[in-house]
Ligand binder design. Sequence first.
Ligand code: PMP
Length: 353
Amino acid sequence: MSRFFSHKYDKLKAYVPGEQPRDMQYVKLNTNESPYPPSQSVIDAAKQQAGLLNLYSDPEITSLTEQISKIYGVSRSNVICTNGSDEALNFAFMAFCDQDRPIAFPDITYGFYPVFAELNNIPYEEIPLCDDFTINVDDYCSCGKNVVIANPNAPTGIALSLDKIERIIASNPDNIVIIDEAYVDFGSDSAVSLINKYSNLIVVQTFSKSRSMAGARLGFAIANEELIRDMNTLRFSTNPYNVNRMTMACGVAALVDNDYYMENCKQIIKTRESTKAKLIDLGFEVLDSSTNFLFVKNKSISGERFYKELKARGVLVRHFSKDKITEYNRVTIGTPEQMECFINVTKEILGEL
Ligand code: PMP
């Protein structure tokens, strides 16, 4: 840290993204990307916009906002588009939390939440998950704090039903409830249908997982118009061109091709369930997943060793060092061929123990 770095960041520990090693070609199952490429019209849209990069992008993000509002059955004033959903989350933390309005979230969840809280000097409470890694809904009802919940949760993969999510929102009318639906397209219910009923709800989604656009950085939030206006005040106060023109055009094309992406999600769900069955046969404990990843452990090998042995054989998964989950690894669902490779390498590792 330089002597010039502001003391307001003394306690800040930056988020550590999943590794992106360049030393060899890995079977990459560590950052929950889609294994399927973008559709042809998305690639064409990027090419077409590339020739116009001398011009700024549309700060109102008009065409994309309109397309999102159509697909999700809301009005344009209910939508804000962002540079990845991380930016939507940060805007929500910045806009609605402060020293007097702390935020609560599970102790095992998306690792960026405590970072956004530290970054914005927001007190936060990490509420322990139950022993089976589920969320105890009562912990969040009338909790007197803003709440952020990833549904389905990451890295566990476990989803809460919509009625439970609604209980949390309804019981906290004077606090914001952010539902982070990064993985919603892989088999859980969205809370978007509730935004007109609850003025304290913000639903955040991303194009990074189900829509094969992690590298383009595109996310969005859907909420009551006043909340969206507040978040836009912060967007225009930080970076009005937050969604670049290639990404914007790709996002529109991806929504026009929605069927292609939803078919990919179905395939990923099928691959997830067959991989889960094979892992259970190999003695793994596998949490129920409504996402594009599985959270797994095996009594006969430590989480860290399994991660390292896989990596040495060219398969990357994500290991977290946090005590409660150190015996687990998070395995992204790739193509059937990639998963067959993962299972074969796993058999080899277990066979050598
Ligand atoms: N929320 C959750 C739960 C995630 O796992 C991720 C992916 N790291 C994100 C949000 C952010 O994704 P992105 O910024 O790529 O939209």
